[in-house]
Design a protein around this ligand. Structure first.
Ligand SMILES: [Mg+2]
Length: 364
């Protein structure tokens, strides 16, 4: 028995290094919400990328059922949290808050057992493939070139993704220009991915997929809204590129419906949204039941221990915005040079600890 003595939450707002945008959204800052849990000495930490309200949700709604529970029995604590948010609604803030706490629980359990978290899960592989992700629609060509060159040629990451679908799919010629630019910069060997964030209509996406074939685009993420399972399936059936979606999923029913609809070639899941490591590993198993790979969405360093434990992992998204934040706010960020990253095996837990300097970004 290792009784959880305290639960804390905080929010940190980090401005982007330049304006960022995709097909359907734009932002100039990102908020990271942390959850910390204490038991028997050590502290575990988890986080999500969410409105600062997720921090007060953790302390006001989740802390009651987490405090006093046994951190060795994470499934019991996880189930208590899910039951606690029935009336608040699981998707969105509640689901993101549960995710941050679940990650903190696993980190704390591993710290109490003095073992790396990847050992506690059990590894399917020693290192995980990553892909460079950014290429925002708000970038000019020089900025896009520099970012892609950094991943493909300086860091040697053989997979990169850019955003397309600019202005809700109304700037398709610029999208195609940027796809051609990306292929020119990375050369013929690296894999080229695109993410439309749901900006196109289904038939528009099919037409664009065909025009992107000359640039060997392998991955077409959210060509249409991830809620449009029939649209995703239509694109999947008519495009050479793999269709991917799932980043907004908060529970297993969401992932099972997406897989059952034949909507994706690779399921995406985000541990900071879908119930932490507990939810993410379960989502990976749902994908496996449909003979699909799983790809980890965003929060790159957080995903590494779970990603290494999933037999059907395809890759982890090395998302520019979160790479900056995690390296800036935490000790222990991984190095993706060569196109793979390793979960920490040097010490206990997931290996990430908050820097004291993070306080300068604190907003809640
Ligand atoms: Mg995406």
């Amino acid at each position: 028995m290792a009784e959880i003595e305290a639960v804390r939450a905080a929010a940190y707002r980090v401005p982007t290094d330049r304006p960022e945008g995709d097909g359907t959204f734009a932002w100039d800052a990102t908020v990271l919400v942390t959850a910390e849990v204490d038991a028997g000495g050590p502290t575990g930490i988890g986080w999500t990328y969410a409105p600062a309200a997720a921090a007060s949700f953790i302390t006001e709604t989740l802390a009651d059922v987490v405090t006093g529970a046994d951190v060795m029995d994470v499934p019991a604590v996880w189930t208590a949290m899910v039951r606690q948010v029935r009336n608040a609604g699981r998707p969105g803030i509640a689901g993101y808050a549960i995710s941050a706490v679940d990650v903190a629980l696993w980190d704390l359990k591993a710290r109490l057992l003095e073992t790396p978290l990847v050992r506690l899960f059990g590894a399917a592989r020693a290192e995980v493939p990553v892909y460079g992700s950014g290429g925002f629609t708000t970038y000019d060509d020089d900025t896009t070139r520099a970012q892609l060159r950094h991943w493909a040629h300086e860091q040697g990451i053989p997979r990169v993704k850019i955003k397309i679908g600019e202005s809700r799919g109304t700037a398709a010629e610029r999208d195609l220009h940027r796809v051609a630019l990306a292929r020119e910069v990375i050369g013929g060997d690296a894999e080229l991915y695109v993410d439309a964030n749901g900006a196109y209509t289904a038939k528009q996406a099919v037409r664009l997929a065909r025009r992107m074939e000359e640039h060997d685009v392998r991955w077409f993420e959210e060509p249409v809204s991830s809620d449009d399972l029939a649209g995703l399936r239509l694109v999947r059936e008519h495009a050479a590129a793999d269709v991917a979606a799932g980043e907004y999923g908060c529970d297993l029913t969401y992932f099972a419906r997406m897989c059952q609809a034949g909507a994706v070639d690779c399921l995406q899941a985000d541990a900071t949204r879908c119930g932490g490591y507990t939810g993410w590993l379960a989502a990976a198993t749902v994908a496996a039941a449909y003979h699909l790979d799983v790809s980890a969405h965003c929060a790159p360093n957080l995903h590494l221990p779970a990603a290494a434990a999933a037999p059907n992992l395809r890759h982890v998204e090395w998302f520019h915005d979160h790479v900056r934040i995690e390296a800036g706010l935490f000790e222990g960020a991984a190095d993706p040079t060569g196109g793979t990253a390793r979960p920490s095996t040097d010490g206990p837990g997931h290996g990430m600890t908050l820097k004291t300097t993070a306080d300068s970004h604190r907003v809640a």
